[in-house]
Write a protein that binds this ligand. Sequence first.
Ligand code: FEO
Ligand code: CA
Ligand code: CA
Ligand code: CA
Length: 609
Amino acid sequence: YWGQGRARLDFTPIKPVDMTVDDLTVPKGFDWSPIIRWGDPLFYDSPEFDPKNQSPESQSKQFGFNSDYLDIIPDPNGLTGVLVNNHEYTNENTMFPTGYEKTNLTNMVRTAIQAHGMSVVEITRAKVGEPWTYVRGGARNRRITLTTPFVVDGPAAGSDLLKTQDDPTGRRVLGTQNNCSGGVTPWGTVLSGEENVHQYFITSGIAEEKRYGFPTTMPSRRWPEVEKRFDARIPGYKNEPNRFGWVVEIDPQNPNSAPLKHTAMGRFKHEGANVRVGEDGTVVAYSGDDEKFEYIYKFVSAKKYKEGDKKHNMTLLSEGDLYVAKLKGNSPKKQITGDGTLPRDGEFDGSGEWLPLVKGGKSMIKGMSVERVLVYTRLAADKAGATKMDRPEDVEPSPHTGKVYAALTNNSDRGKEGKAGVDEANPRTGNRDGYILELTERHNLPQATRFDWNLLLVCGDPTKDSGTYFGGFPREKVSPISCPDNVAFDRSGNLWISTDGAPSKIGYNDGLFKVTLDGSERGRVQQFLAVPQDAETCGPVVHDTEGMVYISVQHPGEDGSFEQPRSYFPDYALPTRLEPGEFSMPRPSVIQVFRKNRSNKPQFPGNVS
Ligand code: FEO
Ligand code: CA
Ligand code: CA
Ligand code: CA
């Protein structure tokens, strides 16, 4: 909807913000307000947020914790719409009183289980281009948590590897877990990646579980003590871990629709998934496996996209081919020195190949069935000989050019003894600050099996680090940037990057950055905002034709405690400040940034019913 008109998002970049600042910093002339916070009531019968008396029942009807992936999807009228948000995980140390688990472990675990998952929330505004207010009791409002039934589809649905004592069919899973990033599809659904699912289970430690990092000791959240299905040592639950680590698809317009888990897209620590439709209707989806030395994947649909046929299009990710990326540099190995010095041809670049794991419904990996390739995709990709990357987070095609941008956030182990060394695609030893990889499919065909690539950004603080690179743009004229995580595009063709981890690397709070991709300013990085102390910036949505920017602020003040908060975000934005001693705590939230001169400043805390 927001595609009409000219871009209206010129801004003067903010200066980097020191990592001890507990504020949301936006450019001159802009203001911000929360749309919705952890604990805000979604339904008429939802209890008000009461942090001292939380329960699974109340949390199941309130906005979840640790907001990550975000989309703002306006209806055709531009005045109403839905907000879709992932709730990646919980920070018990800031959510609950210290020592709470000693007497209340069951309540704590079950509340946390309801704080995970996703939210769909209706939003409204008086005028196009103005800020939004969320609608309590909206007809499309929905909480998806770890107890919401999901339908498993694709070639591994019904596999013995997915059956448990509670689900002998292997086709019905309760819940989604550790939903990190995601993407909206051209048919209006939302994809969400189940990422660090290992941290909730205790397992017996078979090789497949180890390859995915599942522990054999009790995880600190202690879920297996309360919910037996997270104890995979119990024979009836040995496959429960296999039921997480997928891409899920939900229809945010229909609160009664069954959410799907797509086994055809493989199982790994999916950061998210993003789709591109080819001219012949073939749909491809890109997805990164966010861990050190993991891979970048591509799914190619068997069926074709049909404009306007959502029911059909929701089957596109259920059947197709799965590939993993192998990258080759074009400069001599000895020119990759590990400190970021460019090779003599002036770029970290080269070509690559998509290696098939499943093709035409058949396994391409010797000794592994299709089901095993899809459930244990990491092991299949190892056998195929894919390139070990530095933590692939968002991998997203530009809707303007089809070029694919991958955030490689960092990898402190690159080049360490016993670990993979540098290569042209991962050229820095102990990669501290991350890269942005730009990938161009051969002939710009989404389903191509070959591609070219280059590193658009070698991140860091250019005033202190000569091993940084900004697409050839003068280093002294950019904002310092570290740990790229989520990417997005505006209608003008610019790339936007949110970061996670900058404070511990370059000493500044995480933020949101615009990167020009075309013309003489290619590679110019400009910081748009900075999030408060300890927070990470997630899910950027940039509606530049309306001059609006939206983000999730995840885990503000995460290093504090319930009794001693390190952040009061975002309630310091309340029109009336809290009285001294009045209870306040950091609350992960969805934020909108808008021009100051907008007529109707949103009400906050705002909800209309
Ligand atoms: Fe959940 Fe890869 O960040
Ligand atoms: Ca080169
Ligand atoms: Ca992320
Ligand atoms: Ca991250």
